[in-house]
Design a protein around this ligand. Structure first.
Ligand code: FAQ
Length: 311
């Protein structure tokens, strides 16, 4: 039996009334939000690294400006999301320390390297494409600050997806060598992109409760299916081949049948054994350590101000 305050909370959720920071909420709801929003924020910040890797090597000035803008947007997304999580009583510093100590996760996708310029196209097309598929429904998530952050983020993500597809079009319609690079990028990013939606519904520990609380709106498999259905015609338009021989339109379900990613690989990446897990965390640790003097300076300044007020 639910306590009256919990019943009132659930009624608001069921009626699509947003929950705000000062409202009563179950401890588990708060904990799940901190986990999901925090992980989402960390993904935006760590997600700057694979593309940041190519800013100095973008093929033209225009491509460089576009990529710079995209990577800066990701920093902004991280900040809105950290702010949304902070309304739940955790600080950004605490979350950062949990990321660096391995207590909090970030998206598995960013543990794969970007080896060629075509990978930057594939990241925009597939990774941002998957991100949007997941984030559009989250605009209606039950927690107010998270849902409002999602509205703005989604606008920027659609630009990111378009810029990726634009790179893929140039490559896929370019020279034979460019087309090979585009196909190779698709081959390497296809299954890792499918993994972004999380484990299959049967293995998703959080989905049921998160959906009852409307923290999540769809299951992992629902969104993965929608992503495949949207992406296959885009690959056809590019003249590229999805690296899945079993891929086949299923008239009855009105969607494609497709091969599941290698879930052992997914869980290994989550445990830290992906191709570049160590490099990613090393880069974030270095940024944190290199920024120590700024944090110390700000604290010293605040201390001096406080002392002069007391005097
Ligand atoms: N990677 O029970 P579930 C972006 C974990 S977009 C790592 O199904 P849940 C934009 C999960 O945390 C990417 N871990 O979990 C961009 C849980 O472990 P825990 C970020 C994963 O939460 C583009 C366990 O597996 N987007 O960054 C992953 O209900 C380009 C069991 O799974 C978001 O975070 C994974 N892929 O569903 C930036 C969206 N999947 O915590 C730069 C918001 C699952 O118990 C460049 N998040 N796990 O230890 C969500 O929608 C959900 O959290 C899911 C997972 C759907 C990701």
């Amino acid at each position: 039996e639910m306590e009256p305050e919990e019943r009132h909370f659930q009624e608001k959720v069921d009626a699509d009334i947003r929950i705000e920071p000062r409202d009563w909420m179950p401890e588990g709801y708060k904990k799940t939000l901190i986990r999901q929003i925090g992980q989402h924020a960390h993904s935006e910040i760590v997600g700057q690294l694979p593309e940041g890797n190519w800013i100095t090597r973008a093929p033209t000035l225009e491509r460089k400006m576009i990529l710079l803008a995209k990577v800066q947007d990701e920093a902004g997304h991280g900040l809105y999301l950290y702010c949304a999580a902070e309304t739940l009583g955790i600080s950004r510093d605490e979350m950062t320390e949990m990321l660096l100590s391995g207590k909090m996760k970030y998206s598995s996708i960013f543990n794969y390297p970007t080896l060629t310029w075509a990978d930057i196209g594939a990241v925009g097309w597939l990774v941002d494409g998957a991100a949007i598929m997941n984030q559009v429904p989250l605009q209606r998530t039950s927690y107010g600050p998270y849902s409002r952050a999602m509205i703005r983020i989604c606008k920027e993500e659609s630009f990111h997806q378009r810029q990726g597809y634009d790179i893929m079009m140039k490559m896929a319609k370019g020279s034979e060598a460019q087309k090979r690079m585009a196909q190779d990028a698709l081959n390497r990013f296809w299954y890792p992109s499918l993994m972004m939606f999380g484990p299959s519904d049967a293995n998703s520990v959080h989905s049921e409760q998160s959906m009852a609380w409307k923290i999540k709106i769809n299951t992992n498999d629902e969104l993965r299916q929608k992503f495949v259905d949207q992406t296959v015609p885009q690959a056809e338009y590019l003249g590229l081949t999805i690296p899945d021989e079993t891929l086949k339109w299923n008239e009855e379900k009105g969607g494609y049948d497709f091969a599941e990613p290698d879930w052992d690989e997914f869980f290994d990446v989550l445990k830290g054994a992906g191709p570049v897990n160590n490099d990613r965390l090393e880069a974030r640790r270095k940024a944190w350590d290199d920024g120590a003097w700024v944090r110390e300076g700000l604290l010293a300044h605040a201390e001096k101000k406080r002392a002069s007020k007391v005097a």
